[in-house]
Design a protein. Structure first.
Length: 191
């Protein structure tokens, strides 16, 4: 899978758990952090990513890294509060682990060695229209553009749904505040 599907999924999860009073800068930072979390297994690090695919895409390795991160954040209360508390940490974990599931959807047939080092079994849940990019840019090929567009079209609805859910919740909260203000005002004027 390319970063398109992973990034859109991470952004959607970030939007869903965005702290209520987030400024524009905080919103951008929050969503970018979720995009990064959803791409961690593919970060181009030594002995990681596609260089050591069985390691970077193992549920056990990723859970160990996630637990370590959560333990560190649990002690950094100010940081935990700024990022949205436990809901953001749980959503961040889901964004991170979503990478493994999404990679299993690709029709290359190899799947991911999700249970490494305990087993060589592979998770393979291919969806026929998903393909992998065989070469990295440059040059950008028509095939690569087709793969990016398919991922964009397939995953964008999740982000749009997250934004819609978020906006609906904001509208509900605003309506509740307006009703409270009107009730308070009407109680004060009638009393």
């Amino acid at each position: 899978m390319t970063q398109v599907g992973h990034s859109i999924t991470g952004a959607a999860l970030g939007v869903l758990c965005l702290p209520q009073s987030a400024s524009t800068k905080q919103t951008v930072t929050h969503v970018v952090a979720f995009v990064l979390l959803s791409n961690i297994p593919d970060l181009p690090l030594k002995n990681w990513s596609h260089e050591k695919y069985h390691v970077s895409h193992s549920i056990f390795v990723n859970l160990l890294l996630i637990i370590t991160t959560i333990v560190i954040l649990a002690y950094l209360r100010d940081v935990r509060t700024r990022i949205g508390g436990w809901p953001a940490m749980v959503s961040g974990t889901i964004a991170w682990l979503s990478h493994l599931l999404l990679d299993s959807f690709y029709n290359h047939g190899n799947g991911i060695a999700i249970f490494w080092p305990l087993s060589d079994a592979r998770l393979v849940l291919p969806i026929p229209w998903f393909s992998t990019v065989t070469s990295l840019p440059p040059p950008i090929t028509p095939e690569m553009i087709r793969i990016f567009l398919i991922e964009f079209v397939c995953y964008l609805p999740f982000l749009l749904l997250a934004v819609l859910i978020r906006k609906t919740e904001v509208i509900r909260r605003t309506a509740r505040i307006i009703v409270k203000v009107v009730n308070t005002w009407s109680d004060a004027s009638s009393g």
